[in-house]
Design a protein. Structure first.
Length: 231
């Protein structure tokens, strides 16, 4: 895969890869090339829907990506070259914006959409996804989602599962836990308050479900935040 100045290559699943210049992998034998490399992780341990939607590797071409993408790239290079104070914070914020632009660019150009992109493009399933994302703590059931999609329960379940690679209620649960993981990082909110926002009347039931889905208990998320802050 040939890269040009300003291109961005992403490996969403972290696949192994090798960079070279004109076939030369030894830096002593290659010309000078400057690269900005980074790693991005979603909060928490639950599977984000983008994991199913993005390919193992894709490239955003600078010449085709538009002025906003090019300006972000130039700003990152300028910040690195200037060595200014607080550059890591600035670079992290710019990287977030660049990743978002990259995903939008891929979604627009991808010929064979899958996962979240294919579901969002489906008028009926996309309507349900939008509603769930806007109100994850709503009283969602198979019947209510199928009704919103104007489909029978069996047809809706089959279509949703085909596009999202998981049943509707499983997706609702995973999305709730994903949102809860982010809310837990706000220490001003209690676990009970977050559980209620996610549609669970029992804090104990929410704790059990959260641990089953994410692999850790809500308290561990809070403890990790404190540990990171102290370090």
């Amino acid at each position: 895969m040939q890269l040009e100045t300003g291109d961005l290559v992403l490996f969403p699943q972290g696949d192994p890869h090798r960079l070279s210049v004109d076939g030369q992998t030894d830096p002593e034998d290659a010309g000078r090339t400057s690269l900005i490399c980074g790693e991005m992780r979603f909060f928490g341990a639950t599977n984000h829907p983008l994991n199913y939607a993005l390919p193992a590797c894709f490239v955003v071409r600078s010449k085709d990506a538009g002025s906003t993408f090019q300006q972000l790239s130039a700003m990152m290079v300028d910040i690195v070259d200037a060595g200014q104070d607080g550059r890591q914070v600035l670079l992290n914020k710019l990287a977030d914006a660049m990743f978002t632009l990259a995903v939008c660019d891929y979604a627009q150009r991808a010929g064979d959409r899958r996962g979240l992109f294919a579901a969002a493009a489906d008028s009926r399933i996309g309507k349900v996804l939008q509603a769930v994302h806007e109100s994850p703590g709503g009283p969602w059931t198979m019947q209510s989602m199928a009704g919103l999609a104007c489909m029978s329960r069996s047809a809706f379940a089959e279509r949703f599962t085909h596009l999202m690679q998981m049943p509707p209620m499983q997706y609702v649960t995973q999305w709730r836990v994903s949102v809860a993981e982010q809310l837990l990082r706000d220490r001003q909110q209690s676990v009970a308050c977050i559980a209620e926002q996610m549609g669970y009347s029992s804090e104990a039931a929410f704790r059990r479900l959260f641990k089953r889905v994410s692999g850790v208990c809500p308290g561990q998320i809070r403890a990790d935040i404190v540990g990171t802050a102290l370090n």
